[in-house]
Write a protein that binds this ligand. Sequence first.
Ligand code: SAM
Length: 218
Amino acid sequence: MTDPIAALSADQNAKLDRFAAELVRMNKHVNLVAPTTLREGELERVHLKHSLALSTKAFPPEAVVVDWGAGGGLPTIPLAIAFPETQFVAVDAVGKKMEAVRTFARRLGLPNLGVWIGRAEAYDGPAPHYCVSRATAPLADLWAWTERVLTPLAEPPSPEAEDVWQPGLLTLKGGNLDEEVAAMHEAHPGLTTSRTYLKALLGPGYPSKMILEVRPEA
Ligand SMILES: C[S@@+](CC[C@H](N)C(=O)[O-])C[C@H]1O[C@@H](n2cnc3c(N)ncnc32)[C@H](O)[C@@H]1O
């Protein structure tokens, strides 16, 4: 098991704390996350550590990562803090949420985080090498949005690399996904998926949560 927050530097931890405080404050004005998830202790487990499950392997510094349906900046803000040299783009159809994320990025000092307001289906911002997402849409839709814009890295990680994400779609999902995965394969043949269960990665606070990776078959 690993604690992705403990792996951050003091400066990154300070930014994560500031994000937590800003999220609590902003949520009183803009509905970004369920208020019950902002209770003491819950915020770290439900939002910060959960997002940082995606920091247990690296994103290359030269990569562009798009977060479909980023809402209040999850998982993209914790990831932009953890990988300051990687470019992140928060995408959401709700302008108020993206204005909140823009404000967070400015207050936290995250020049590597941009926002794009609009429907993911029409995204025409910086071309991503990776897409991430949490709680936004079924896998078949997430892959359709990803496939349209995904761009190969100039120097992709070796397929054997265990400490870097392989390019593709990385989603934070939970529950029984068999039907959702089957629907994606039916709509988009030729894909491969892999699951990393978060109870093994982060501990027992994540009973049915996982990272589900999707990419074209090699
Ligand atoms: C349940 S919220 C999750 C927000 C954030 N990812 C999180 O985990 O807290 C889903 C978000 O996806 C956005 N969304 C859903 N479908 C979308 C689409 N087709 N294009 C852009 N944004 C979309 C919604 O506006 C909403 O902010």
